[in-house]
Design a protein around this ligand. Structure first.
Ligand SMILES: Cc1cc2nc3c(=O)[nH]c(=O)nc-3n(C[C@H](O)[C@H](O)[C@H](O)COP(=O)(O)OP(=O)(O)OC[C@H]3O[C@@H](n4cnc5c(N)ncnc54)[C@H](O)[C@@H]3O)c2cc1C
Length: 453
């Protein structure tokens, strides 16, 4: 059945001009789906975005750490991560936690993660390059579309309480430099000059002036509005149940809220941007995209009184020992995020994970009032090699832009641009009457970054 717009269906639509006439479906309206939509619209495609939530950016792109952090591009595939993980398994408030209960997906993913340790250097350098490239697009799109997202461009300060962590970071600095990022070592005095509100004893730190922060949710919502004005259709409250594709076309089956019947959209291609849901769609399409949901938590501290506003930092921080990141979101919000928990698709907000974040604020910013703190949990869509999967799938007309793990906000604009180019290169031109199917053979699609394996 071809899709016909039903009156109850929450389609948000605006008219727009489409040059190519080709119609691409995007599954997922998080930061990756919405940036993908924008990049495709700019290349002349007609785009329809599906999300099971009522609005854009309601899942992992809701309340993350806020950092646009090329300086955090180091991938985690190192022997030391595994050792720390084992040590931390005994501590309830540890930054990395693994539920030891048996799960084939978890342990097979971890085995693959270990298998990627030899790629640690290359993947860190490549992620840095992508993160640096992303900035230009992300900022330009915000300016072009007039999106207010509490953007702060005061840099990111990593801090270390011991020599061991600082020395490791010095080695990482070389990889970041190879990827095109300048990050400077700073003394405790210099750290206090950069962020005078920071209280504590530090061994040293690293400062990246070109890094920034911003509210991922506000940005995604703003860009989704811009996409609608440019002619994209958004199907919210629409759960995609199955996807299929072959040489003749792509099909997306979905259930609109309040409707007992499923509907099908037939289109020219589809892009999977479904976060932790992408693995299941990939399986339907004959691809293996081994995303594991790595859970994290955040708190958003309301800076209601003037003394809290004055005591909270403006410079974004990364506590390398506790693996905690912070962002100042405008005058009245302070976001603190952390924890990597391996516990499947589980959205419970656990008090014993939230407490360490609040305690951290009390320790380093004692003047900030913590009586109004909004907790949140999200699932990072993580690949075992920590690299996003961007490019064509095995079947014709299938593309992926997903698996951005701990850096989806930072990398989104760069991967959306790569994906847009991959669709331009890989989608067969539209068949016009009189041209035989063989005459419409497109460029053979090639995965751009990660190989499906
Ligand atoms: C605690 C925490 C802190 C973080 N801090 C940072 C940071 O400081 N900087 C940074 O760069 N990154 C950070 N990240 C990572 C970043 O937030 C994610 O990589 C990014 O949000 C992932 O975006 P996404 O679009 O891939 O996924 P999502 O935002 O989850 O979007 C996927 C969408 O697909 C939809 N979907 C899935 N299945 C279906 C279906 N069957 N039908 C319809 N719709 C479907 C979902 O509803 C969802 O809206 C952090 C993550 C966490 C958890």
């Amino acid at each position: 059945m071809h899709h016909s717009q039903n009156q109850n269906s929450p389609v948000k639509q605006n008219s727009g001009q489409h040059k190519s006439g080709q119609h691409v479906a995007v599954i997922g309206a998080g930061i990756t789906g919405v940036t993908t939509c924008y990049a495709l619209l700019k290349r002349g495609y007609n785009v329809t975005v599906f999300d099971r939530n009522r609005y854009a950016a309601m899942q992992t792109s809701f309340a993350n750490g806020g950092q646009l952090s090329a300086s955090n591009a180091e991938v985690w595939t190192q022997a030391s991560t595994i050792l720390k993980g084992l040590k931390w398994m005994l501590r309830k408030d540890a930054p990395l936690l693994v539920n030891p209960s048996p799960s084939w997906h978890k342990y097979s993913w971890m085995a693959e993660f270990v298998g990627n340790i030899p790629q640690y250097k290359n993947n860190t350098v490549e992620t840095t390059r992508l993160a640096v490239a992303a900035r230009e697009h992300l900022y330009r799109w915000a300016a072009d579309e007039n999106i207010d997202f509490d953007h702060e461009t005061r840099g990111i300060l990593h801090f270390h309480t011991d020599k061991k962590g600082f020395d490791h970071a010095s080695r990482v600095n070389k990889l970041l430099a190879e990827g095109g990022l300048e990050r400077f070592a700073v003394t405790p005095d210099e750290m206090r000059a950069i962020e005078p509100n920071l209280v504590g004893d530090f061994y040293g730190g690293f400062y990246t002036p070109s890094d920034a922060t911003g509210d991922i949710h506000k940005y995604t919502r703003g860009l989704a509005e811009a996409c609608m004005k440019l002619g994209a259709q958004f199907h919210f409250d629409a759960k995609v149940t199955s996807v299929a594709s072959d040489a003749s076309g792509a099909r997306v089956e979905f259930n609109a809220a309040g409707s007992a019947n499923s509907e099908t959209l037939s289109c020219d291609a589809m892009v999977i941007c479904a976060g932790v849901g992408s693995r299941q769609f990939a399986a339907q399409l004959g691809d293996r995209v081994n995303i594991y949901p790595v859970k994290g938590y955040s708190i958003t501290v309301a800076l209601d009184d003037q003394s809290s506003k004055d005591a909270a930092p403006w410079v974004s921080l990364l506590d390398d020992d506790a693996k905690i990141v912070t962002s100042r979101l405008g005058h009245d919000r302070f976001r603190v995020a952390g924890t990597a928990e391996f516990n499947g698709v589980n959205m419970d907000i656990r008090d014993d994970r939230i407490q360490p974040l609040t305690q951290w604020v009390r320790r380093y910013f004692p003047g900030v009032n913590t009586d109004k703190v909004v907790p949140w949990a999200g699932l990072r869509p993580m690949m075992p090699n920590m690299m996003p999967r961007v490019g064509a799938g095995k079947q014709a007309r299938v593309f992926y832009n997903t698996g951005h793990g701990h850096l989806g906000w930072t990398l989104s604009a760069a991967t959306a641009e790569l994906l847009g180019d991959a669709v331009l290169a890989g989608l067969p031109p539209k068949l016009t009457p009189g041209i035989a199917a063989g005459g419409a053979r497109g460029v053979q699609p090639q995965p751009v970054l990660d190989q499906v394996g």
